[in-house]
Design a protein. Structure first.
Ligand SMILES: [Zn+2]
Ligand SMILES: [Zn+2]
Length: 350
């Protein structure tokens, strides 16, 4: 009995530490988004996912993190981030042409899956996959260290947080959010999302929420997602490591550093959910609803059905020599987030 529960605990800990924003963060982004979906968009998404529960987006929000760990899904690891080759803390910036690797990045992935989810010529399972990727990647993009190449997005910056030895990236993904809500379950995510929605509707975020989606356009995804990435990347210089990485490696990041960062974490989770809701509504209203109407008219007028063209694929990027940042990612197997289980460290420490 004792060894059984320990086994369960350890496996859960390992699963829990490999997610970007952790399971909690991604589920919270998803619940915020669900709040803002129109009823037509929600029905469409539930149909695509085959899930009519109250947690239809939250249930699949971390699927992409599990998928990239499988041999079939390894190719997708690079799509969880963009390695901005800037110079924090003095200079933060994202340049899509400079920073999106040859195997793709979060920005190209959002462009690709925005197109695919609304294509109408893909199989049900490919459409479902596209929606699951979109829900996840719009969340990843708002985590500042997913828009940064420095020390492999902070994965190689060893720190101490709340008595545990871990790395700066996993503290931002998982441990600081979990410290805030004191949990990591779907119901914790739901109540965090409820409080963020309240901030958007009538609290601290009310005045700025409109600016989070200003200019967002599904007809120019690269420009839109690049703006999202630049917005998050700016926090690397101002909040994540304003005095450089070395300053974070002395002493415990709790409570002083945590207190300086947690407001930005809440902002970015709220922003990710608000953007995702708006993005899916735009996809539904300008692609899906329009296409359904056109095919209705076409059928009614008995026009000959056009032969479906092959679905477009990810455009092939020109091969370029690997940058230092890309070589560092290669050394991490192209992953976004170190999968070191903190529970293991915990065991070693005690
Ligand atoms: Zn991550
Ligand atoms: Zn991810």
């Amino acid at each position: 009995m004792g060894s059984f529960s320990k086994l369960v605990f350890v496996s859960f800990g390992v699963i829990n530490t490999v997610n970007a924003w952790g399971v909690l963060g991604h589920a919270t982004v998803a619940y915020v988004a669900q709040h803002y979906l129109s009823s037509d968009t929600a029905s469409w998404a539930q149909g695509v996912l085959g899930d009519t529960s109250d947690s239809y987006l939250a249930n699949i929000a971390s699927w992409a993190d599990q998928y990239r760990l499988t041999s079939a899904g390894k190719w997708s690891a690079a799509l969880h981030y963009i390695d901005a080759q800037d110079n924090p803390p003095s200079d933060c910036n994202v340049d899509y042409d400079r920073d999106c690797g040859d195997s793709g990045c979060s920005i190209s992935a959002i462009s690709n899956y925005t197109q695919r989810v609304s294509d109408g010529r893909l199989s049900a399972s490919n459409t479902e996959e596209a929606l699951k990727f979109l829900v996840h990647f719009l969340g990843d993009l708002t985590q500042p260290l997913h828009d940064e190449s420095y020390e492999v997005g902070g994965n190689d910056i060893d720190v101490t947080f709340d008595g545990y030895k871990d790395n700066l990236h996993s503290d931002w993904d998982t441990y600081m959010p979990e410290k805030l809500v004191n949990g990591s379950s779907l119901s914790d995510a739901q109540s965090w999302a409820d409080s963020l929605v309240k901030e958007i509707e009538s609290g601290d975020f009310k005045a700025q929420a409109a600016s989070w989606i200003e200019g967002d356009s599904i007809s120019d995804v690269i420009t839109t997602a690049s703006r999202w990435a630049s917005d998050a990347n700016a926090f690397v210089c101002t909040v994540v490591m304003p005095d450089g990485a070395a300053a974070l490696q002395t002493g415990d990041l709790y409570p002083t550093y945590y207190n300086s960062a947690i407001g930005t974490i809440e902002l970015q989770i709220a922003k990710g959910g608000y953007r995702l809701g708006n993005w899916l509504n735009s996809i539904y209203s300008s692609k899906i609803a329009k296409r359904d109407f056109e095919s209705f008219v076409e059928t009614r007028d008995a026009a000959p059905a056009a032969a479906p063209a092959a679905a477009p694929d990810l455009s092939v990027r020109e091969a370029r020599p690997l940058s230092r940042a890309q070589l560092a990612r290669e050394a991490m197997g192209g992953s976004c987030c170190k999968s070191r289980g903190r529970e293991e460290d915990h065991e070693h420490q005690h």
